[in-house]
Design a protein around this ligand. Structure first.
Ligand SMILES: [Zn+2]
Length: 248
């Protein structure tokens, strides 16, 4: 059967003599694996369609299992994401997250739009840390693990300082804080930002000013959420951590 999809390359690996197998996140068919024949040859028309982060229209033939690319058109090559090390690192993390953290049933056109917006934000030079933390929240939500930030999960109190119970899946107020000794205290700024991440569509991310201290707190919080609920070992994240250490 012949298919026509819009997709973003979230994985690309060598396959046999001169070929590649790419994984696309599509707007209509979830994740799809496609063989791109001759992708590594210099004169290949299909070479750029097989590069990581490319957003394009793909025509492929498939009976079962892997598809075979017959034709494609690039919509946005995202070459900036492959040329600047920090942007490459963050984009690699975003696509690896989609590839590894989400199951077919978690994927839909909404997730496709979120990834598309995430890569656009990175390429446009929006704050990398904020962009990726917001994206992590979208991944957590799609996987069914977004924390409940509306009110205390124990007594529904909405006022006063809150702490995040990662295992409990939400916030605890001052009175209920003792129920999870590992709950993380949230500054006012951190709670505000977490709530923003929770509600904001990636497509509406503007330039927001966030104090460094709050960003670092959020990094710790998002890390705890991701590790507790998804528990993935990602190569791209180890690289991000290494990069962070050197820039300090
Ligand atoms: Zn409470």
């Amino acid at each position: 059967m012949q298919y026509r999809v819009e997709g973003i390359v979230i994985r690309s690996m060598d396959y046999g003599e001169g070929n590649k197998i790419i994984t696309l996140l599509t707007n209509t068919h979830g994740k799809i694996g496609i063989v791109v024949r001759g992708a590594k040859k210099l004169k290949s028309r299909h070479g750029s369609l097989a590069q990581l982060f490319t957003y394009g229209e793909y025509l492929f033939f498939r009976n079962s299992g892997l598809g075979t690319l017959t034709h494609g058109e690039i919509i946005e090559s995202h070459h900036v994401l492959r040329e600047q090390l920090d942007k490459t690192a963050y984009s690699s993390y975003a696509v690896e997250l989609v590839d590894r953290a989400l199951q077919e049933e978690d994927l839909g056109s909404f997730m496709f739009e979120q990834l598309k917006a995430c890569l656009t934000a990175i390429s446009e030079g929006k704050d990398l840390l904020i962009t990726i933390q917001l994206f992590e929240m979208k991944i957590l939500a799609a996987a069914g693990y977004a924390p409940d930030l509306s009110a205390c999960i124990s007594c529904s109190n909405e006022n006063g300082p809150m702490a995040l119970s990662v295992r409990g899946g939400g916030i605890l107020c001052g009175r209920c804080r003792y129920k999870d000794t590992s709950a993380i205290e949230l500054s006012e700024g951190a709670l505000k930002l977490l709530r923003l991440f929770w509600q904001l569509d990636m497509r509406r991310l503007g330039n927001i000013q966030v104090k460094d201290e709050t960003k670092q707190q959020l990094k710790h919080i998002m890390r705890s959420l991701m590790d507790t609920h998804l528990g993935l070992q990602l190569k791209s994240r180890s690289f991000l951590d290494q990069m962070d250490r050197y820039s300090l």
